[in-house]
Design a protein around this ligand. Structure first.
Ligand SMILES: *[C@@H]1O[C@H](CO)[C@@H](O)[C@H](O)[C@H]1NC(C)=O
Ligand SMILES: *[C@@H]1O[C@H](CO)[C@@H](O)[C@H](O)[C@H]1NC(C)=O
Ligand SMILES: *[C@@H]1O[C@H](CO)[C@@H](O)[C@H](O)[C@H]1NC(C)=O
Ligand SMILES: *[C@@H]1O[C@H](CO)[C@@H](O)[C@H](O)[C@H]1NC(C)=O
Ligand SMILES: *[C@@H]1O[C@H](CO)[C@@H](O)[C@H](O)[C@H]1NC(C)=O
Ligand SMILES: *[C@@H]1O[C@H](CO)[C@@H](O)[C@H](O)[C@H]1NC(C)=O
Length: 606
């Protein structure tokens, strides 16, 4: 992993695994990786199989369930090992609030409820290829499998799946944007059910698996314990990337500081413009436990490579100003990526995977954040089991594409103008909408979110003021009770969400608490497989009426053609198109749309 500017690991530890270390396990192949111009895989001899506890500082958690090998389509019989990483909720630390102190249990809600008790985890592998590949997945516990019992999500990928003895062979066509997909076995699914549906304060998961665990119930009641989402217990993601273009590869012969292996406590004195974390085993497999903070005032900041930046050693909401303890602060709780930057900074991130973020994953600070921009591609976030784990900021002029988000909180954050965000694959847990445009009144124009593939969601309750949904805007961050916090001098305009699909049980289409005027808001070609059960309200779309302090109402569509400010076009639930014409859109009907009547005539559904 590398970054083309002076950076400082804000964490107490940055760590790179070593190819020289001895293999711990005899049966683990360590030297059957591919390193050609056609295919690159890598391995960590420091892999530690340990699904319950924290791993040794110098080790990398390895999947206790899956092994993966990859072959190029041109030599389909020659398989090479590709390391399968694993992330577990709370990183095996328990609900601690002080770093490294396993006795410092505390009662702060981290939004992890039953996950540890039922054995949830998330594994992934990453490799590079120039051609079609065959991914061979085996499960350590073995067991024959029928190809029809394996699901690849997003399902539209429609990859060819075959079974060969104990192995599943997945043919992955080459694509210049790579592929980020989930491999799921039907015998490994967990139905997330809640207790007390419709009770916003008590709509938590229940489980019937572990009598000693949280929220155990002996038996489910289908009515009182509706299913809110279905996920594999042992998630498995595969990230195929093309080899990186030259702009993502720094010249390591020039002005480079090579970070030594092992414990790194301070990189603030480094003067070189490139910080290089050496890859493992002749391949781009650096694994860094820590977080990155740019102090550089260079305008061109980059983070590239196919390594992993892991927050696994931090406690939830680790506060850098308070000994990294769990004390929430929007300012100083640790972001995996943080910049203290000059106006005009453009941050390029490519190829990397962020694991186990303890808080919002990325923020830049400086005199004028509205002058920053982000160029993100082939970026992945995994292991975001904690609640307050967001996607990255998209400052004005940003282009964010080909991203995978496992995300607990606001996923796609559309707070700034002139943003193009496309080809996003989202795996969403409890909190906030997948696309967020609320919290503050803003002037935002020209935002496109296109081609969103939601592979899983599991919301517990609807909270109208913090809506769950494909898209939504939360109430004012500063006054979460009030509907008189809008600013009618500000407008959100030319905003579109197009070509979005949500597989499985999904939340509503949109929940709007308008903190500003809205013009030319388009949601087009949206498919939802199933809306969450009506009793929970999670499937219910809302649009409330807000005013400013003086009682002036927010305007919808004042500048839009025909005064129609919100257009919903080609919206499907299952096979059925939801439209005015089909008269199936109302709250008690299939579409579950429950907008305030105040907006009648200002929006359309066609
Ligand atoms: C590992 O693979 C390399 C490249 O194929 C080979 O040169 C080397 O001898 C192998 N080492 C071991 C210990 O097998
Ligand atoms: C929701 O659950 C809480 C906790 O059990 C209970 O105190 C409250 O009365 C419930 N509210 C409703 C509306 O049922
Ligand atoms: C954020 O924290 C930094 C470091 O503690 C401090 O210098 C700065 O003033 C804080 N900013 C705000 C807005 O609180
Ligand atoms: C809208 O934003 C996109 C993405 O940043 C940009 O390419 C385009 O030029 C913007 N359009 C206008 C009219 O400014
Ligand atoms: C409302 O927005 C306008 C235009 O951006 C700004 O000048 C004004 O200060 C804002 N009002 C409040 C109460 O924040
Ligand atoms: C929306 O985009 C159109 C076309 O680029 C532009 O003319 C209009 O000013 C934009 N609307 C607002 C409110 O900025």
């Amino acid at each position: 992993m590398l970054a083309e500017s002076l950076i400082q690991a804000t964490g107490f530890l940055a760590l790179v695994t070593s190819a020289q270390a001895q293999s711990k396990s005899k049966c683990t192949p360590v030297n059957n990786t591919a390193d050609s111009d056609v295919l690159k895989t890598w391995w960590h001899v420091t892999g530690e199989i340990n699904p319950f506890h924290r791993v040794q500082d110098e080790n990398v958690r390895q999947s206790h369930v899956y092994d993966i090998q990859v072959a190029s389509a041109s030599s389909p019989d020659r398989f090479f090992d590709s390391f399968v990483y694993e992330s577990i909720p709370r990183n095996g630390n328990g609900k601690i609030c002080k770093p490294d102190d396993l006795t410092s249990l505390c009662d702060v809600d981290d939004q992890i409820e039953i996950e540890v008790d039922i054995g949830v985890d998330m594994a992934w592998t990453q490799y590079l290829s120039t051609e079609d590949t065959i991914v061979r997945v085996t499960r350590r516990e073995g067991g024959p499998v029928e190809a029809s019992e394996v699901v690849i999500r997003p399902t539209t990928l429609d990859f060819d799946v075959e079974v060969d003895g104990d192995a599943v062979l997945i043919t992955v066509p080459f694509h210049e944007n790579g592929h980020r997909f989930s491999v799921e076995f039907n015998d490994n699914l967990w139905e997330y059910r809640i207790g007390d549906p419709g009770n916003m304060t008590n709509g938590h998961y229940v489980q019937n698996k572990n009598p000693n665990g949280a929220r155990y119930v002996e038996e489910y009641d289908d009515e009182l314990n509706p299913v809110m989402g279905v996920e594999p217990l042992n998630a498995l993601l595969v990230f195929m990337s093309p080899f990186p273009a030259d702009k993502y590869v720094p010249d390591l012969t020039r002005d480079t500081y090579t970070v030594p292996e092992g414990l790194v406590t301070d990189l603030t004195q480094v003067k070189e413009s490139t910080l290089y974390f050496p890859p493992v085993y002749m391949a781009p497999g650096a694994y860094v436990k820590g977080a990155i903070q740019y102090h550089s005032h260079a305008l061109d900041l980059r983070a590239t490579g196919f390594g992993v930046l892991s927050g696994e050693q931090y406690v939830y909401q680790a506060n850098t100003a308070q000994g990294y303890e769990n004390v929430k602060s929007d300012n100083t709780s640790l972001k995996m990526w943080r910049g203290e930057s000059a106006p005009g900074t453009r941050w390029t991130i490519h190829g990397l995977t962020t694991n186990a973020p303890p808080f919002n994953s990325m923020d830049f600070y400086g005199d004028d954040v509205t002058s920053f921009s982000v160029d993100a591609s082939d970026y992945k976030q995994v292991g975001a089991f904690f609640g307050q784990t967001d996607g990255i900021q998209m400052y004005p002029g940003s282009h964010v594409r080909d991203v995978f988000y496992h995300v607990g909180d606001d996923g796609i954050k559309t707070y700034y103008s002139d943003v193009l965000c496309e080809r996003m694959t989202v795996w969403k847990t409890n909190n906030a909408p997948m696309i967020q445009f609320g919290w503050y009144a803003r002037d935002v124009d020209n935002v496109t979110v296109d081609a969103v593939q939601v592979v899983h969601t599991r919301y517990q309750t609807q909270q109208v003021f913090w809506p769950r949904g494909i898209a939504g805007s939360a109430v004012s961050y500063l006054d979460q009770e009030s509907t008189r916090t809008a600013n009618v001098s500000k407008t959100l305009s030319n905003y579109s969400v197009t070509n979005a699909r949500c597989e499985g049980i999904c939340p509503n289409l949109v929940g709007i608490n308008p903190l500003n005027n809205i013009d030319m808001f388009l949601m087009k070609n949206i498919w939802i497989e199933t809306l969450a059960p009506e009793i929970t309200d999670v499937g219910k779309s809302t649009f409330r009426v807000f005013t400013d302090e003086e009682g002036n109402e927010v305007q919808l569509g004042a500048q839009s053609p025909g005064g129609i400010g919100l257009v919903i076009e080609d919206f499907y639930v299952g096979d059925e198109k939801i439209s005015f014409e089909n008269d199936n859109w109302r709250r008690e009907q299939l579409g579950q749309i429950d907008f305030d009547e105040h907006w009648d005539g200002k929006w359309t559904l066609r």
